[in-house]
Design a protein around this ligand. Structure first.
Ligand SMILES: Cc1cc2nc3c(=O)[nH]c(=O)nc-3n(C[C@H](O)[C@H](O)[C@H](O)COP(=O)(O)O)c2cc1C
Length: 282
């Protein structure tokens, strides 16, 4: 089968494992890790982050709300102890990076140069502390500057992971003009569930993922595909080959599977074979 191109990244199939939903592969069957088109790591920050206190996950009809708080071991542990194992599975590894300032993103990009990863996926859904905590994803000019500066130090594949809320088109165009090679569309949607517990109800605020968001993100992919030339990597609620096929029809070139893998570690392989069967049926 010919390789699929996303800018400078070459994939043997269009399925990528979405950031944060497969840990670092510890509990995933080897066939899944080896069979994916690419592995997108959990979000990595410059220094370790402990993440949020529980509850971190709550279920909603057809969806999952998470407030993990981007827990991760930080750049140096990732680079020395985790990345070599991820690289050993075979598919290209794309490192999802998160920062609270341009400088943090730049130091991450510099720190990952030469470590073996094929690409970076920039998570812009983080607050920019130097701009009073407004997320990068709400600020197209800020995204332009950020991506341009990362591009100066990182020569490999560079994707920007969009937030589905805010000035999405303007941010996508800014990322394109600044030198991104692909756009991941998109991250989770801000949401809330009310948890009934012993002492009374608790509000769980977090990001919504899973089948509930698929029609929303599908529309976003459809609209972005008409506004930007960059390849789009769809991400939102894909649980079947049919879901992936719809995203490809709406303009995506590749797709990521997230929550489905959390629920069933073998889901990515099933999705790929269902997609294959659909393609054969025409
Ligand atoms: C538990 C969990 C952790 C996540 N961690 C990250 C992360 O570290 N960085 C990131 O960019 N997205 C993260 N995401 C978002 C997913 O990568 C994906 O964009 C989102 O879940 C939508 O896709 P899905 O509906 O297939 O899950 C996380 C999602 C979940 C459910």
């Amino acid at each position: 089968m010919p390789l699929l191109s996303l800018g400078s990244l070459k994939l043997k199939n269009p399925l990528m494992l979405a950031s944060g939903t497969w840990g670092f592969g510890e509990t995933l069957p080897q066939e899944v890790l080896k069979g994916a088109g690419a592995l997108v790591s959990k979000g990595i920050s410059l220094f370790p982050r402990e993440g949020n206190p529980p509850p971190r996950l709550s279920e909603t009809p057809c969806g999952l709300i998470n407030s993990i708080g981007l827990e991760n071991p930080g750049l140096s542990v990732f680079r020395e102890r985790i990345l070599p194992r991820l690289l050993s599975y075979g598919p290209p590894v794309v490192v999802n990076i998160l920062g609270e300032s341009e400088e943090e993103f730049l130091r991450l990009a510099e720190g990952l140069c030469g470590a073996g990863a094929s690409g970076l996926e920039v998570n812009i859904s983080c607050p920019n502390v130097k701009k009073g905590g407004i997320a990068f994803s709400q600020d197209p000019e800020g995204v332009f500057r950020l991506v341009k500066r990362i591009r100066e130090v990182w020569k490999g594949f560079l994707a920007v992971k969009l937030s589905p809320v805010g000035p999405v088109s303007e941010v996508a165009q800014a990322a394109e003009e600044a030198g991104a090679e692909a756009l991941t569309c998109a991250n989770t949607y801000p949401a809330l569930s009310v948890i009934r517990e012993g002492k009374g109800p608790r509000f769980h605020l977090g990001g919504l993922s899973g089948p509930a968001i698929k029609p929303l993100t599908l529309r976003l992919v459809y609209e972005l595909s008409r506004r930007v030339k960059l390849p789009l990597i769809a991400c939102g609620g894909i649980v079947s080959g049919r879901d992936a096929w719809e995203y490809l029809l709406c303009g995506a070139r590749a797709f990521q599977v997230g929550t489905a893998t959390l629920l069933d570690p073998r889901a990515p392989l099933r999705i790929l074979s269902e997609l294959d069967a659909l393609a054969k049926d025409g």
